[in-house]
Design a protein around this ligand. Sequence first.
Ligand code: SAH
Length: 374
Amino acid sequence: MNSPAQTNLLGLARPELEAFVAQLGSKPFRARQLMNWMYKRGQGSFESMTDLARDFRAQLAERAAIRTPEIVSLHKSADGTCKWVLRADSSQAFEMVFIPEPDRGTLCISSQVGCALDCSFCSTAQQGFNRNLTTAEIVGQVWLAKRELAEFGESRQPVGDHRIVTNVVLMGMGEPLANFRNVVPALRILLDDYGFDLSRRRVTLSTSGLVPQIYKLAEETNVALAVSLHAPDDELRNELVPINRKHPIAELLEACWHYIDEQNGRSVTFEYVMLDGVNDSPAQARALAQLLRGHPAKVNLIPFNPFPGTRYKRSPLPVIQRFRDELIQRGVLATVRRTRGDDIDAACGQLAGRVIDRTTARLGNKVFGLAVQS
Ligand code: SAH
């Protein structure tokens, strides 16, 4: 058993890990050795880290731990998508999804249990906000997925066809920028050469539009940015994404262009959920093109996934295609996100974050968005 006094090393970015090993009287390079064991080789036991001095290993066993969230259940889709329900604590669970494709494997991870932002088409809003995930719980999802996919070279059976996590998207439960303090170190570990060593273009943070935090993010990291836009005008966006009342579209777009300038990035991906008769008309496509044309932007149209109690319906496919074509004709890159894993409730808007102990909390639905583009 791990005692609470043990520091979970999965929660420490390299400078913090170096400070931790310094406290134990060791040199900074020990932190890099440790990271190599943890993130490259997937080693969860200090005892097996054979190039570390015996005394140091004993110290680590006493003072530190490598703890991931616990798996409650695994669900496999006919299309190869895998969904894991993970335990946050005794009463709450959250989920992560792995989407295998011929050319990549995308892991969709959560940053919070529940969400406080109350977007009207998102079932997470119904559940409300429970808590932020810790850095270790965020990083632990990637570690766990790689282990489950047998990417660390263990002998276990891989659970998907494509075994490698090549891309990580923070598009699961929660608003990552509302958990800035824990998300930023997690991003550092994802990108660190001694960590998961992912390229910045293969890590995407999706936000509903917390403008001040987008500026802050530009100072801290350079991952790819996705923004849940969903409407071409403030009146409609106020209704769909209520944070818009505080940070309207013009301010949000300024922040996006600033992010791209600062980071020398390619473009911002704007997510746009297709809601029948609400935001899917050709005129709205033209208004959207007007906003984005000439800027480093691309649009990802997400067919709405209904959930019990919602007043919205999914736009018909021809309407979605027409909307995409209107954008493309006006020089705005646009793709339609493919629905994956819907037979196991793993598609955008279908994931139900289970409440393990139903006596203390009511059953809530939580929503995932999956970064699958076609
Ligand atoms: N809170 C962040 C991260 C979530 S990403 C954000 O808002 O960006 C999940 C994506 O799926 C978001 O673009 C979200 O707006 C979208 N989404 C939410 N509910 C959906 C639903 N029912 N159907 C399709 N997409 C949905």
